[in-house]
Design a protein around this ligand. Structure first.
Ligand code: HEM
Length: 486
């Protein structure tokens, strides 16, 4: 039976056998029907579901216009691999990003998320030394464990007498921000205090608003920006605050350091902002990189931790095995270190499975600027935006058995080996997530500690929560969970 409704059967790539097909031959919705799906049928928050619909309807490759941008969707692991293997020396995610437009408008520099070419390569190499080397990252475990200890206290404080914590993601946003700040500044910024500083709350709100406005401003054709200027204005205001927040924290930290030096004290910073500021990069580049690292460390951690506990609360048998694994490795100790988590395979498989079901970045992108490339029998002209549909491959029944089920142990089954590009939540290759090791360490330390302290149970109301797209994939509704003392 044909797996795809229209695309593959009609695929010229298949029909023409050896001949190379062009974008004209590629299936896809008309502009009107895609716009209808986007703006009328649940809108941009359903973009991840549209990937599955596209795969079902057109097969593994289809084209669609996202506002003014024509993009080729790729929703098959082997074809995603074909794209990424041709991404060139300095891979580019997207050349039309409103994030870049904002920086140009305000005269800011680009950070690692938004810079390109040699400029990107230079900072990537510098930061890579401190963020990608296992030993360098392991050294952050004590700092991160202090943040985890505060998270545990905060969960105890904000529980109801029945142990219910409402809206766990909002606690985990603060945890994410405190965690990445501790790594960036080697100092605490009070996100997990009883009373959270207003500037911190405002920063978290600015991130949320910016993500909502990102998709909206990109999907709007330029003439609509004139008619309806609010999304772009709000988008810029959110970024303004994020840049201001980061600059303020960097300047304060640098001033404290300068004071120490003037008193003849030795300064031995072990934090990322210090490393960056010692490289001779212009301060504007330091500001933009720290802003982008702060941003990258909040929703990613919060969503993954929320979904992990949501799924574990619904799978008490997995939760019990995981707790047993942690207790066995720790042999009576209460605080795990980086070396301990290396011996916790089920913990790693759990996070892997959570990111398969809920990839924080449900669709990534590449623009290959150097040359035309061939993918799946199609010739894709250079400068075409290629959308990599990671949500679709992660939930495709042809790739993963029972794809909607939470089964961490699937990652242990050798006979069910998956294509290596079937679930790549951190991306692959030169431009992959530079924060991956820090993120994983933070998640492992937090999860193992939470499970030692609490039995995590579902919301007694039994509410189930679905994901939604807000540029990133986040929970659609609040997640409430019970944290019962052990
Ligand atoms: C669960 C947590 C996280 C996930 C799933 C995640 C995922 C990703 C993905 C998919 C990309 C794009 C990769 C590509 O284009 O191939 C990315 C890029 C990036 N991430 Fe993460 N991320 C996470 C946490 C973090 C954290 C905590 C930080 C900061 C410490 C961070 C910093 C970055 C940066 C700076 C980039 C841009 C890298 C570049 O362009 O060279 N991420 N991340």
């Amino acid at each position: 039976m044909e797996r795809w409704a229209e695309g593959a059967a009609a695929s010229p790539a298949r029909a023409k056998a050896q001949a190379v097909a062009t974008l004209d031959d590629m299936p896809g919705p008309s502009l009107a029907s895609f716009a209808w799906d986007l703006f009328a049928k649940g809108g941009l928050s359903r973009l991840h579901e549209l990937q599955l619909e596209g795969l079902h309807k057109y097969g593994p490759m289809w084209k669609a216009s996202f506002g003014p941008i024509l993009t080729v969707h790729v929703a098959d692991p082997a074809l995603i691999e074909q794209v990424l293997r041709q991404e060139g020396l300095h891979p580019m995610r997207s050349n039309l990003s409103s994030w870049k437009d904002y920086r140009k408008l305000r005269g800011h520099h680009c950070g690692l998320l938004t810079s390109e070419g040699e400029e990107w390569q230079a900072v990537r190499s510098l930061l890579g030394k401190h963020m990608l080397r296992p030993k360098a990252v392991e050294a952050y475990d004590k700092t991160l464990n202090c943040v985890v200890a505060d998270l545990i206290s905060k969960l105890r404080l904000c529980r109801s007498p029945q142990g219910l914590v409402t809206d766990i993601a909002s606690e985990f946003y603060r945890f994410g921000l405190e965690g990445i700040s501790s790594v960036l500044f080697e100092s605490r910024i009070g996100c997990l205090d009883l009373v959270v500083p207003e500037e911190t709350e405002r920063f978290i709100r600015a991130i949320n608003t910016m993500f909502v406005m990102t998709l909206l401003t990109m999907a709007m054709p330029s003439w609509l920006h004139q008619l309806c200027p609010k999304p772009w204005r709000v988008f810029c205001q959110s970024w303004d605050y994020m840049f201001e927040f980061a600059k303020d924290h960097i300047d304060r930290r640098m001033a404290a350091e300068a004071k120490k030096v003037s008193r003849g004290e030795k300064v031995k910073g072990r934090y990322l902002t210090y490393f960056l500021s010692q490289t001779g990069l212009p301060m504007k580049t330091v500001y933009s990189n720290v802003t982008e690292l702060l941003l990258a460390g909040v929703d990613t951690i919060s969503s993954t931790l929320s979904w992990s506990l949501y799924e574990l609360s619904r799978h008490p048998e997995v939760q019990a095995s995981l707790r047993q694994e942690v207790l066995t490795v720790l042999e009576g100790r209460r605080t795990p270190g980086a070396a301990d988590v290396a011996r916790m395979p089920l913990l790693k498989a759990t996070v892997k499975e959570v990111l398969r079901l809920y990839p924080v970045i449900p669709a990534n992108a590449r623009v290959i600027t150097e040359r035309d490339i061939q993918v799946g029998g199609y010739l894709i002209p250079k400068n075409t935006l290629i959308t990599l549909c990671h949500f679709a491959t992660s939930r495709d029944p042809a790739v993963f058995q029972n794809p909607h089920e939470f089964q961490p142990r699937r990652w242990f089954r050798k006979e069910q080996a998956h294509h290596p590009y079937a679930s790549v939540p951190f991306g692959v290759g030169k431009r992959s997530c530079i924060g991956r090791r820090i993120a994983e360490l933070e998640l492992y330390l937090a999860l193992s500690r939470i499970l030692m302290e609490f039995d995590v149970k579902p919301d007694p109301e039994g509410v189930s929560v679905k994901p939604m797209t807000r540029t990133l994939l986040v929970p659609e509704n609040v997640i409430n969970l019970q944290f019962i003392e052990r």
